[in-house]
Design a binder for this molecule. Sequence first.
Ligand code: SF4
Length: 348
Amino acid sequence: MNSPRVFSGMRPTGRLHLGNYLGALQNWVVLQERYECIYCVVDVHALTTVQSKEDAGQVQGNIREMVLDWLAAGIDPKRSILFVQSHVPEVLTLHALLSMVTPLGWLMRVPTFKEKVRQVTKASANQSEEALAMGDEHVSYGLLGYPVLQTADIILYKAQYVPVGQDQVPHLELAREITRRFNRTFGETFPEPQARLTEAPLILGLDGKDKMSKSLNNHVDLAATPEETAARIRTAFTDPLRLRRSDPGRPQVCNVYSLHKLFSTDSEVKTVYAECTTAKRGCVECKGHLAQNINAALAQFRQRRAEYAANPAYVDEMLAVGARRAHAIAKATMAEVREKMGLTPAPA
Ligand code: SF4
């Protein structure tokens, strides 16, 4: 019997950082053991917030950097399907067809849509509704239709599971509603995708305030050199009340300590706690210790990444094979969708 199918995608943002690795990528690697996994670089999604040709060009350039991180982390193209979203254009047809059964109100109510409107219009929380009402030219249909495209991504491959954190469950619920509506209208076609909950830790950035993110520049690239990693960690915010080296620190409010819990041994973490709270260690020393452990944990990853980076032909071929495998599934699904919707079969 075939394993249940999992679908997940990432926008091509270039090199991934520690937060991406601990929050998603490590889980993707584990899922390969039990499921048939389809991992997609969602380049069309990335275009929803692009506003110039230069930005669009960057999206394509970012694909390879991200895929190198996937491979180095252990995503295995022999077991999983890795491909680029726009290389299987059936997803765009399904997006258009699903948009026929998706009420506008469902999309307008999506909290992330309102959030994105604020980002692209640079409007405040109050202004965003107004910007919408005024038809701000930066608010594209693509932005509004983002969840429809996401639904198309998942159900085109008839995926049963989507790995999500608790905070993303409502997003998946909309995909499930669109799927149900299609099935009700045109007959049972797609499995309703289920959330495969992951308990990924929330990784704060070097500012110690917000989630680690490239756009906030509070991140550490997985592919950084040991020296770059140490330099980045040196900029991390620590306990704001620890003004002098002789002040005892509060590790419980310090993100360097949180990162130690992820990259240092239990006994090292106990030592950090004890030495910080008694002012036996300074923050500079503590950060150096953390950087050393992060570098040790990522040494193998970085070596593998360099090997893949030196072989661009392999990466291209791997993505081409992935696209062919994804396309075979997509073609069969779309033949069924066309038939259910009463569209004449597409000529061979
Ligand atoms: S010693 Fe370490 S854990 Fe304590 S405040 Fe400084 S960086 Fe944070």
